[in-house]
Design a protein around this ligand. Structure first.
Ligand code: SAM
Length: 207
């Protein structure tokens, strides 16, 4: 269980949770990529169809794909290796932990969430990636002018996620972003075949 989900202490004020923030120091992106370039995160990247296309199309930018399932993360790594995409790295980890603890503050240009699992049942909402806590962590990780971009097929989830982000005053909705220049992804293709609607929104970090 994530520490944030259980804030209780004992009667004597004892908290049994050890902080996982001590596990790893944050990354130094210039060491990871051997250069300084705009940095984008694809969180819950699936099998990496989208992030591979972006990395191929935009060699002047760096990309990190974060995916918690080993099989999918491995597929992304294979794509990066086969394409010799030195501007793409993959990490198998929980996205919120990565964003909140391993990204140095003010270093990220774009955080992308494409078709995050909507977890429609109320009792499962705690599993959703894009919470208020996540939005705050994204503010911290992004540079001023940095962006958070959400694409989903689930209308209820979209409304809920927008409220979570809009609760952070430093995120300002960007009405100019339509997301239509973006390459597709595995789930986008699946939902297109099923004729599902697409909901997109971006926010800009205002200060
Ligand atoms: C519905 S799929 C979308 C995949 C991809 N973005 C696409 O558009 O095809 C959601 C992905 O997010 C991953 N995922 C869900 N929660 C995650 C989390 N907290 N951290 C990292 N990955 C997560 C899942 O394993 C899954 O691969």
């Amino acid at each position: 269980m994530a520490k944030s989900a259980d804030k209780a202490v004992s009667a004597a004020g004892f908290d049994p949770w050890l902080s996982s923030q001590r596990l790893f120091p944050p990354y130094v992106w210039s060491e990871v990529f051997g250069r300084t370039a705009p940095l984008e995160l694809d969180l819950g990247a699936g099998d990496g169809v989208y992030v591979e296309a972006r990395a191929r199309r935009e060699p002047e930018r760096d990309f990190i794909a974060v995916e918690r399932l080993l099989g999918r993360a491995t597929k992304i790594a294979k794509k990066a290796r086969r394409g010799d995409l030195t501007n793409l790295r993959v990490l198998r980890l929980e996205s919120g932990y990565f964003l909140g603890n391993l990204c140095p503050p003010g270093t990220v240009d774009v955080v992308t969430l494409r078709y995050p699992d909507p977890w429609p049942k109320r009792r499962h909402h705690g599993n959703r990636i894009l919470t208020r806590e996540f939005a705050v962590a994204a503010i911290r990780a992004c540079r001023t002018g940095g962006r958070l971009q959400l694409t989903t097929d689930d209308r209820e989830y979209f409304g809920w996620a927008c409220q979570e982000v809009d609760g952070c005053p430093d995120w300002k909705m960007d009405p100019r972003w339509a997301g239509t220049e973006e390459p597709s992804s595995e789930f986008e293709e699946k939902f297109k075949r099923e004729g599902r609607a697409v909901y997109r929104r971006a926010w800009v970090k205002s200060n």
